[in-house]
Design a protein around this ligand. Structure first.
Ligand code: AMP
Length: 357
């Protein structure tokens, strides 16, 4: 049996957005306290955590003091600067480990890793110069998508290339950043698997959800995904394979394109994931609690689905619909406490239970 984090221990969370907030609530339910580290002026997680360190990612003294004040460290986003992790790692365990971060922080490393695991991805090629882009377009063809290798999320840092004559503009949009060209996958559905691996190596996966994006941002996740039983088990097995390959501890999100012929992995997120929010109202143990259980060395919980759920993100002005959502039957509203509504900003989500099972 792996070593269990004692009740009352403090979990340090790097990043204090809505994911850190929901992790903190889950940790509190299991008797733990959370200490958030985030440089931002407003930190949604700090409202529900025991302590906040507001300091920049390059403040080595603040990072060391934070590490000394917690028992272990986890994170809610993957773009944590390596130098910050260098300070923490000798002082406290970081779960999941840095291996998963290194893979997911860079799209080229990520795609290469996925391919090395025998999983299929979109065709891809590294693009470090304008000449590289021409070579990659000749190899992959159009339509294609040029993406920055690092620091992209919610469709940011991406440009579609419908035809060769759009290459100049796409290259300029990268602003010199190292990039990757991907062939556009003619998918019929986008699904994701949220899966967990415990400290002792046990693995548990939630049912795959089906995702709907608009403008690169996740709008809805529906469970069950409309996939065949074989596709469902293949998707779960792919997630389990990645968890084991990374010797992972915690929750991992795996985004998958479904085509009639194959399942292709789009990307992995080494953290709880927006497309797993439905688990809060569809499972006895949700993704946030599952993550805390995993990193704390507790047994993983029962994540089987007791309801069909549609999760809808409340983005920007969607919050105007709040009174209706609060009145809607079989609907749970989760708000993140962000003081300012901005276009494109995730303000909360609503889980609508469509059928009890
Ligand atoms: P990403 O930031 O890579 O998750 O991309 C955001 C969204 O853009 C995905 O969820 C897809 O809807 C779309 N997308 C990204 N890459 C591809 C691709 N290679 N083929 C088709 N659609 C893509």
């Amino acid at each position: 049996m792996a070593e269990i984090l004692a009740p009352g221990s403090v979990i340090g969370i790097l990043g204090g957005g809505q994911l850190g907030r929901m992790l903190s609530v889950a940790a509190a339910r299991l008797g733990y306290r959370c200490h958030i580290y985030d440089p931002a002026a407003h930190v949604p997680a700090a409202d529900v955590a025991t302590a906040l360190t507001r300091a920049p990612w390059d403040d080595r003294a603040a990072l060391a003091t934070f590490a000394a004040a917690v028992d272990l460290v986890t994170f809610e986003f993957e773009n944590i600067p390596t130098a910050a992790l260098d300070v923490i790692e000798p002082l406290r365990p970081i779960r999941p480990g840095r291996n998963a971060l290194a893979v997911s922080q860079d799209r080229l490393n990520e795609k290469t890793f996925l391919r090395d695991q025998g999983l299929q991805t979109a065709p891809f090629a590294a693009v470090d110069s304008r000449a590289d882009l021409d070579r990659a377009l000749a190899e992959i063809g159009t339509p294609a998508i040029l993406k920055t290798r690092r620091l992209g999320y919610d469709g940011k840092g991406q440009t579609r290339i419908a035809a060769q004559d759009e290459a100049d503009a796409a290259w300029q949009a990268m602003d010199g950043a190292p990039a990757i060209l991907e062939g556009v996958v003619p998918f019929t559905r986008e699904i994701s698997v949220i899966a967990a691996r415990g400290l002792s190596g046990e693995v548990a996966a939630f049912d795959p959800g089906e995702n709907e994006h608009k403008g690169g941002i996740l709008r809805k996740t529906r469970v069950p995904a409309k996939v065949s039983p074989a596709q469902r088990s293949d998707a779960v097995l792919m997630a389990a394979k990645l968890l084991n390959a990374l010797d992972y501890v915690g929750v991992l999100g795996v985004e998958i394109f479904v085509t009639p012929q194959a399942l292709l992995v789009n990307e992995i997120a080494p953290r709880v994931h927006n497309s797993g929010h439905w688990t809060q109202n569809g499972c006895a143990v949700d993704q946030f609690e599952q993550h805390i259980r995993a990193i704390a060395g507790l047994p993983l919980g029962d994540g089987s689905r007791h309801a069909d759920v549609t999760m809808t993100n409340l983005i920007g002005e969607d919050l105007d619909r709040l009174p209706d959502l609060l009145r809607a039957p079989h609907t749970a509203v989760h708000l993140y406490g962000k003081p300012e509504t901005r276009p494109g900003r995730k303000m909360g989500h609503a889980n609508h239970i469509t059928t009890m099972r």
